[in-house]
Design a protein around this ligand. Structure first.
Ligand code: ADP
Length: 238
């Protein structure tokens, strides 16, 4: 591996077996997520996509092998956009509060948000084209608006890599496309993206690499390599 490549990795899985109670769901995973890379994770339900996401976030220890976040960037560099639950959808709090809560991890015992954090939250809202929603109640927004608010929140928590678990589930096609365009904008600015998705068309359109997980193993490589692989045939990609 070249020195440059060595320096630029963000998360590295080395012969990692991931699962629960010593029972692996996904075995011998060797992948490295590089700075600025856009990776889509696909696979059938139950194949282990969420297990992988939990492991990348450091919420689940590997059964064996290692999952490392580069110490150079630290944990604070990883932002997470979860699947939304109904309770979160109806959350009676302002958009501004939701976005600012992305800083909670950095605050320790400080009971207020500082000026820099408020400016940064505002900047992310503007950048995603939703500054006009700032004072609205989060629970009253459309699903697509809520996802962009959560994206702004994740950006407050992270500056290097965003991890997203099926972020467009439940969104209408227009709202989904807007979210994909926002992700692409962030990616072009240098953000690494790891996104679980069932939307193969957009995965192939936007991703640099595909991680396809199946019962018999996994594929990890460029979109071009993926299209030539047997894994793509499983999902009838031509
Ligand atoms: P996907 O996200 O691809 O649908 P998951 O990662 O959620 O798949 O699940 C992969 C496997 O791990 C499934 O067989 C599931 O039943 C199992 N699993 C998921 N969460 C847990 C858990 N907390 N404890 C034990 N097994 C789990």
């Amino acid at each position: 591996m070249s020195e440059n490549r060595e320096r630029n990795w963000l998360i590295s899985c080395r012969d990692a077996s991931l699962g629960y109670d010593n029972k692996p769901v996904l075995e011998h995973l060797d992948i490295e997520i590089q700075e600025g890379e856009y990776i889509c994770v696909i696979g059938e339900n139950g194949s282990g996509k969420s297990t992988l996401i939990k492991s990348l976030l450091g919420l689940l220890k590997p059964v064996s092998g290692s999952v490392q976040i580069n110490r150079r960037i630290g944990k604070g560099a990883v932002g997470y956009l979860p699947q939304q639950t109904q309770v979160q959808r109806n959350f009676p709090v302002s958009v501004r509060e939701v976005v600012l809560s992305g800083f909670l991890n950095d605050m320790r015992f400080r009971p207020f948000y500082n000026k820099k954090e408020k400016q940064e939250a505002r900047h992310h809202l503007e950048h995603l084209g939703i500054a006009d929603l700032e004072k609205k109640c989060y629970g009253e927004l459309s699903g697509g608006q809520q996802q962009r608010v959560l994206l702004a929140r994740a950006l407050c928590a992270a500056d290097k890599i965003l991890v997203l678990d099926e972020p467009v589930t439940g969104l209408d096609p227009m709202a989904a496309n807007t979210l994909y365009e926002s992700m692409e904008l962030l990616h072009q600015e240098g953000m690494a993206v790891v996104m679980v998705t069932h939307d193969m068309g957009n995965a192939l359109k936007y991703a640099d690499k595909i991680l396809h997980i199946s019962d018999n193993g996994y594929f990890f490589g460029s979109v071009g390599e993926y299209k030539q692989s047997d894994y793509a045939n499983m999902f009838l990609v031509k």
